[in-house]
Write a protein that binds this ligand. Structure first.
Ligand code: 6GP
Length: 797
């Protein structure tokens, strides 16, 4: 379609949907008009996809997740529909700056980190592959908090992406379910009847998720909580206006905020309510759809594959049993069997504090029927597996990991190492009982967002050399290997990287006022703040390097810019101290006239998907330095490798697989293995010994301890230093020397520009396996048992 037609559609939406005159339209108006125009293009393929799934009675994937970290949607949709040229030309014709308009879209942060972003990549890949799927989650009014810094300290402000209209969603007031809490259970004619004390309405909002080339779209269905009776008229008439609105306010609390924590259980009743709320609504929706299309409930496992994204929707097990047994009268064992054959569980972390547990008291109060069903599920499981007892209910607690495992057809880890550790540690007993149940599906990322749209320069170069088949068949990137000894290709590759770095430098100057040199190595660590991710190892090494440069300022240092970004959970004091320390160190180093030409520290606030899209294409070095055995997989590590950053990393999570693929020569390995970590912890005073053995580490820690970076409060970092020199559970001190060594190898390697560029290009060429399309195909084959999708249909033709 010519862009003139596109332009008139934009104008039509501006006039009739937004009710604005072109002369008076703001950037917001233009963005909305453009978004509606693009959305119209998705809607047809979306309807086609739904009709095809319905008419073909196709099996569907239901991805239940508390988090979908979708970020901005406009550019992604434009790129997937290949409308970029038209959209830009149309906006130009209208005298509107396309990029500025795109930049006004709020970043939808309905998630914390890896788990939520993975869910978003999966939905996009499911659409690209053409597999019928619905993502179910919560339509949080406030996404992840907005981070600012006040004198280097993290401050949290509420995020309010919905203060503007959300252009992509369709409200479905008619798709609503009543979700109950509390109350009583009684028996009638041998059947259990649960009479909840309280009800909340879950009402649906649908966002189409378009795949590559727009040929298939799936749905993201998010539930909003409303009161069953929003308004107390009697109270209002009595003049009690606030009290009159209370029922509505209380109910809405459930979908009000995203819990700002990705690894620790929030022992909050509200959290359990949120979990049940969205899980129960989704299951009812799933059964209603199934019953519209089929009349034999025995077909359920053939037609419905439910994926539980971590344990947050684990209540799905007992809830599905309740819907089948209590509400549909299916015999208990048959109900459990049916439910179990539909359900699958992905584990995303082995950190003990993140494995959800609820007290029996709370569960009994909020979900009395479910508590009883969990006990019966335990009995059922024990009967089938006599002799050994692993139960979900234990010592007055409901263990959601065990419950998910017992109720799942398949349980998966997210990298090879993580899956093996799952078998050996948290789920060793259940694994012994069900050795076929645990499978691995190493994570992946969508190349449409993480290369094509965010790194247009690299994309154009790649397409120029190998054609554009790589976009939905990422392993084709391997064909770039034929070019890595072609100087013209290497020049172009490094020119693209350099231009991305210049863009980033300009943005840093504009937004933070700091000047950074695009010729310096851009060394980036971006992720949630956590001790296991060891941002403190990185900043301590930075301090040690700064000290050496000061000792010897005339040496030929390799210039570096250390870039950090990430949020700490508001209640995680230690993580917030690390942020503060990084900012304090940055303040001193960036002002040091002797060293700052060699070393700077930059920490842009409010890390989100949009910022990641800006930073990753400009990275030279990717920091993946977690304590081995702790990072389940990582997905940022994959995005960096694809975009031609070399990794400095430990043998943890998917780093292991990245290194295997890109080659040991193109990866800077350091640190203890997961097994060595366990051994090292047993060594008495391991941290003190490490500090005694490494004068550089000792000196850096002493500077931090004595207030060199916090003269206004010299003992500010006593706690941090005491931790790293004392218990040091995450082995920062023990891994320091080897990290230092690896970093100096990085310095030397960076100086050989040609060799570095070749290694970077090899990272791109060999990372094609890390596409979420490959991951989704793995789930389809090993977990969901789905062989019919548009992709398969085409292959069969
Ligand atoms: C994260 C893991 O920490 C990360 O390693 C992995 O790549 C990602 O999940 C996707 O699998 N875990 C979470 O975000 C989380 O909240 C409960 O785990």
């Amino acid at each position: 379609m010519p862009h003139t037609e596109f332009r008139s559609e934009i104008l039509r939406h501006l006039t009739y949907t937004l009710g604005k005159e072109a002369e008076m339209a703001t950037r917001y108006d233009w963005r909305m008009a453009l978004s509606y125009t693009v959305r119209d293009r998705i809607t047809e393929s979306w309807h086609d996809a739904m009709r095809t799934s319905r008419d073909g009675r196709m099996k569907r994937v239901y991805y239940l997740s508390m988090e979908f970290l979708i970020g901005r949607l406009l550019e992604d949709a434009v790129v997937n529909l290949r409308l970029d040229k038209q959209a830009e030309a149309a906006m130009l014709d209208l005298g509107v700056d396309y990029d500025a308009v795109v930049a006004t879209e709020p970043d939808a942060a309905l998630g914390n980190g890896g788990l939520g972003r993975l869910a978003a990549c999966f939905l996009e890949s499911l659409s690209t592959i053409g597999t019928p799927a619905i993502g179910y989650g919560i339509r949080y009014e406030h996404g992840l908090f907005r981070q600012t810094f006040e004198n280097g300290r993290q401050m949290e402000e509420p995020e309010d992406w919905l203060s503007q209209r959300h252009a992509w969603e369709f409200e479905r007031p008619d798709v609503a379910f009543e979700i109950g809490f509390g109350g009583e259970v009684h028996e009638e004619n041998g059947r259990c009847i649960w009479t909840p004390a309280e009800h909340v309405i879950a009402s649906a909002h649908d966002t189409p998720v378009v795949g590559w080339q727009g040929s298939w779209s799936n749905t993201l269905r998010l539930w909003e909580a409303r009161a069953a009776h929003a308004f107390d008229l009697a109270a209002f008439n009595a003049g009690r206006y606030v009290a009159a609105a209370e029922p509505g306010t209380l109910a809405r609390t459930i979908s009000r905020v995203l819990y700002p924590d990705d690894t620790t259980e929030q022992g909050k009743e509200l959290r359990l309510k949120q979990e049940y709320f969205f899980t129960a609504a989704s299951l009812r929706d799933i059964l209603a759809r199934f019953e519209r299309e089929h009349d034999d409930i025995a077909l359920l496992p053939e037609k419905v594959a439910i994926q539980l994204n971590d344990t947050h929707p684990a209540i799905a097990g007992p809830e599905l049993v309740r819907l089948l047994h209590d509400e549909r009268g299916i015999e208990f064992n048959a109900s459990v069997d049916l439910a179990r054959r539909c359900l699958n569980y992905t584990n995303h972390t082995l950190l003990p504090e993140a494995l959800e547990r609820w007290s029996e008291g709370l569960m009994g109060r909020l979900l009395p029927r479910h508590l009883a069903l969990i006990a019966r599920i335990d009995e059922w499981h024990a009967r089938l597996n006599p002799g050994r007892t692993v139960t979900a209910l234990e010592h007055g607690q409901v263990k959601m990991g065990e419950l998910s495992f017992i109720m799942a057809n398949r349980v998966n880890g997210v990298s090879a190492l993580h899956t093996e550790l799952m078998k050996k540690t948290v789920f060793s007993e259940l694994h012994a009982l069900h050795p076929e149940r645990i499978v691995n599906q190493t994570n992946g990322v969508t190349p449409r967002r993480w290369v094509l749209s965010s790194n247009p320069r690299l994309s154009a170069l790649t397409t120029d050399r190998i054609g554009e088949g790589w976009v939905d068949d990422l392993e084709q990137l391997s064909r770039l290997e034929d070019h890595v000894d072609d100087p013209a290709f290497l020049d172009a590759y490094s020119a693209a990287k350099r231009a991305n770095k210049e863009d980033l430098a300009a943005w840093v100057k504009d937004s933070l006022g700091e000047k950074i040199d695009p010729a310096a190595m851009f060394d980036i660590q971006i992720k949630r703040l956590h001790e296991y991710k060891r941002q403190h190892l990185n900043i301590i090494e930075t301090v040690a390097l700064w000290q050496e440069i000061r000792d010897n300022p005339n040496a030929d240092w390799t210039p570096r810019v250390k870039i950090f970004a990430g949020k700490a959970a508001p209640g995680y004091v230690f993580a917030k101290e690390i942020i503060h320390l990084i900012n304090d160190v940055g303040r001193v180093l960036n002002a040091d006239s002797v060293t700052s030409k060699f070393l700077k520290v930059i920490y842009p606030p409010n890390y989100n998907v949009t910022l990641a899209e800006r930073l990753i294409p400009a990275a030279d070095l990717s920091e993946q330095i977690s304590t081995a055995g702790k990072e389940a997989s990582g997905t940022g590590n994959m995005k960096f490798a694809l975009n031609g950053a070399l990794t400095v990393g430990t043998l943890d999570g998917a780093n292991v697989e990245i290194r295997e693929r890109v080659g040991a020569d193109n990866f800077f390995l350091f640190g203890m293995t997961a097994e060595e970590v366990v051994e090292r912890r047993r060594v008495e005073n391991h941290a003190a010994r490490a500090v005694a053995d490494d004068p550089r580490l000792a000196r850096a820690l002493e500077a931090i301890r004595s207030g060199v970076f916090s003269p206004e409060e010299p003992d500010r970092y006593h706690g941090v230093v005491a931790n790293v020199t004392g218990p040091d559970y995450f082995l920062v001190s023990s891994d320091f020397s080897d990290y230092w060594r690896a970093q100096r190898e990085v310095d030397a390697a960076y100086r050989d520009t040609a060799a570095w560029t070749r290694a970077a290009a090899l990272n791109t060429a060999r990372s094609g396996w890390f596409s979420s399309d490959r991951t989704i195909r793995g789930y389809m084959a090993d977990i969901w048992d789905i062989r019919s999708s548009r992709a398969f249909a085409t292959a069969a033709e």
